[in-house]
Each structure stands twice: as C-alpha cells, then as structure tokens.
Design a protein around this ligand. Structure first.
Ligand SMILES: *[C@@H]1O[C@H](CO)[C@@H](O)[C@H](O)[C@H]1NC(C)=O
Length: 387
C-alpha cells in the first residue's frame, strides 16, 4: 500500500506529513460501480475445485477476475446490485501524490466533508482466502497469472504497478495490497476472499485515519469520517485502532514499515493514547458486566458518556458510532435518562451511516430509541433492578 523501496531510502528523513511534491493527477477513477449484474465466463484454469472466472466487460471496461469455487461465483452473481455511482463525490476531491517518508499516497484537493463517499468499487481481482493460504505456491501463482491475463491491459497494469512486500510474485502483491472480505458478511468462512481495489490500495496508513471503508458483498465503499482540509493526506488504518502503540508497530512491521504517522511520532500523544485505550477497555468491561459487588465506582448513566468522550478525545472516528455512541445511548436508556438516550441515539445513527452504511444492524434499534425512548426494551431496567 505504500512504496516500500522509496520508504527504505527515505526512512531516515521522515518529515512532517503530508508534503506533496508532485502536481495533481487530474482524472482519478473513484467509481467503477454499475448495477449491471455480474456475469462470469469460466471456469477457466482450475486447481481442485478452485477456478478462474472473468467478467471482462464489468466495471466500465476495467473487468473483474475471480479465483474461487463455483459456489462462490453463484453467490457473487446472485448478490443484489444497486446503482451507487451517484453517491460518489465527483470529480474526485483528491489526487495522487508523492509523500515524503511514505511513497505514493492520496491527498485532498478540496475540503471533504464527513460522510462524503470518495470511492465505490468492485474489486479488479478477487481471490478465495482458503485457496490463497493453502494452495501449493506454483499452483496458486498459475491461477493468479491466468486471472490477471484475463483483465483488460489497463487494469492489469494498474494492479501490477502496486508495490509488493516480500517478493515479486502476484501472491506478494495480493498480500500487500488487497483487503479481507466475506461475500456473505461473515456467516460462512468459505466465502472469505481477498479483494483488490487498486485505488484504495493507494491510501497510506494512519493510526487515527480520516477515511473508513466497508465492504458489502465484494463492493468496497470508502467514506470520510471527519472533515478534511485541502492538502491533507487521506488515510485508512491497516491495523486495529485500539491496540497500544508497541503492538500497532509490530503489526505494521508486517507491511515492512515503521509507523510514522503523527501519533506514532509523538511520544507524549502516544502515551496519552495508550492510557485512553486502557481506560476504554476498562469502561467497556464495566458496561458489559455492570453489577460487580463492592465496585467503588458502579455504573451510572454517565459511564456510557465517559466512554463516548474517550472515543472522541482519541479521534476514533471510524469506531465511535459502533462502539461508543450505541453503548452510551443504551446505557442512558437503562437509567431512564431521556435527553441523553435520545441525543446519543441520534449521534449513533449519524456515525453508523458513515462507519457501516445503511445496512448497519443497530440503526433500527437506535431509530426506535430516538423516536420513542420510553417504549424501548431497555427503558429504566437498571433503575427497576435496584429498587
Ligand atoms: C504531541 O502531542 C502533545 C499532546 O497531545 C501535543 O500537545 C503536542 O503539540 C504534540 N507535538 C507535536 C510536535 O505535534
């Protein structure tokens, strides 16, 4: 996802990011998504029950190649498709640029607002996870080569120009640049795949990223989770945001780089962040099992609010709706605190739409809570429990 060779050369000269040296690239593809159903040819080259399938006309001529089982192809072809290209900010509000200390990245060319959708893409290449980890290396590489050969030249070129860590194989390129997903949302492991979205692969890592992505079926949507000023680098996180700094750095070493984002570079901020991450874990534990006998600080309506404040202070904008606002809203409902329950239910809905999209599981429950708090199943339960 980042240019590692350049990074190694420049590793000793990390300067305040972002710093763009190159002129903007004008036309950047942000959406290849259409509502045309996926229709694959194949099976082509096979190893065992895994074969190459291709839809060469898909994604406005960019094509999609898939290495998977017939069952997964049937699932892919049956997934509902909506035309979502209208949702994408157009023209793209960013450009590709060289970032000192990181390599190629994407930079905002204008103000971007929280909730703006910057990319909606189907993968160029989609490979089955089980096969990716279990197949013999030669068999696997032959499958990948056949899949790449079936892509239009431009798409193949774009994939191949990505920097891979750990060798020149297609396997290494996929490991470095592609995203884990489940076609069925995670119910069945056999639908696990790696999806390659070359535009999103240009995004560098930040421990407190300004973008978030979610994948439904095989379609990836990239959304801004906060307002972003022109000139700011766009980022996603490659690792769990709630890991302490040393563990984040260990994981990032797998991508072959030292974490050089502003948080990792700032000792004071990193120490403060690690402390907040600890406090967050403790508060979540307390909210999940609130009735510990003899707890000097038992759970109150404020406990959820404290959690939300920690997430906000720590700029955990990609998680705050799912992990903090929903909990705060529910906790306030448990204590029959109406204003607080309604306010956090509204904050949760806005954040969930950004973080997860309109299919977010908690949206309906938060909607019901906001509209009629006293009718919610949780209303006042903690008060009654005490009497
Ligand atoms: C480092 O973080 C601290 C605490 O968040 C902040 O006050 C300080 O300005 C930061 N330093 C730099 C160089 O950004």
């Amino acid at each position: 996802m980042t240019s590692i060779r350049l990074l190694l050369v420049l590793a000793t000269t990390v300067v305040a990011c972002p710093s763009s040296l190159f002129t903007p690239t004008p036309s950047y593809p942000t959406s290849s998504f259409t509502d045309r159903p996926l229709q694959f040819t194949g099976p082509h080259h096979c190893v065992g029950d895994v074969c190459v399938y291709a839809d060469q006309g898909h994604s406005q001529g960019r094509g999609i190649s898939v290495v998977t089982t017939g069952q997964n192809i049937a699932l892919l072809e049956s997934l509902p498709r909506y035309d979502r290209s209208f949702e994408v900010t157009n023209p793209p509000p960013f450009y590709e640029s060289y970032i000192i200390g990181k390599g190629i990245g994407l930079v905002a060319s204008t103000t971007i607002r929280r909730g703006d959708r910057l990319m909606v893409h189907d993968p160029t290449l989609l490979v089955n996870w089980g096969m990716h980890v279990e197949a013999a290396p030669d068999d696997r590489e032959a499958l990948y080569q056949d899949a790449l050969d079936r892509l239009p030249a431009a798409a193949r070129g774009r994939f191949s120009s990505q920097t891979a860590i750990g060798g020149h194989s297609i396997h290494a390129n996929i490991e470095t640049n592609c995203f884990r997903l489940f076609l069925d949302g995670g119910r069945d492991d056999s639908t696990g795949h790696l999806g390659c979205y070359p535009s999103a692969a240009r995004l560098n890592h930040d421990c407190r990223p300004n973008l978030h992505y979610h994948i439904h079926g095989a379609t990836q949507t990239v959304v801004a989770v906060r307002d972003i000023a022109a000139g700011e680098e766009l980022s996603i996180s490659y690792v769990d945001l709630l890991l302490p700094r040393t563990e984040r750095q260990e994981r990032l070493n797998d991508w072959g780089f030292e974490c050089s984002c502003s948080l990792c570079r700032n000792e004071t901020a990193s120490a403060e962040a690690d402390k907040r991450i600890e406090d967050i874990a403790a508060l979540k534990k307390k909210l999940d099992s609130p009735d510990v006998v003899g707890d000097p600080e038992p759970v109150t309506a404020n406990t959820g609010i404290e959690l939300a404040i920690l997430y906000e202070d720590e700029h955990l904008d990609t998680l705050v709706g799912q992990q903090a606002y929903t909990r705060a809203a529910l906790n306030c409902a448990l204590f029959a605190e109406e204003t607080c329950a309604v306010a956090f239910a509204h904050k949760a809905m806005a954040a969930l739409l950004v973080e997860v999209g309109e299919t977010a599981g908690d949206l309906q429950s938060m909607w019901r809570l906001a509209m009629d708090p006293k009718a919610h199943w949780a209303w006042g339960l903690r008060l009654k429990g005490r009497e």
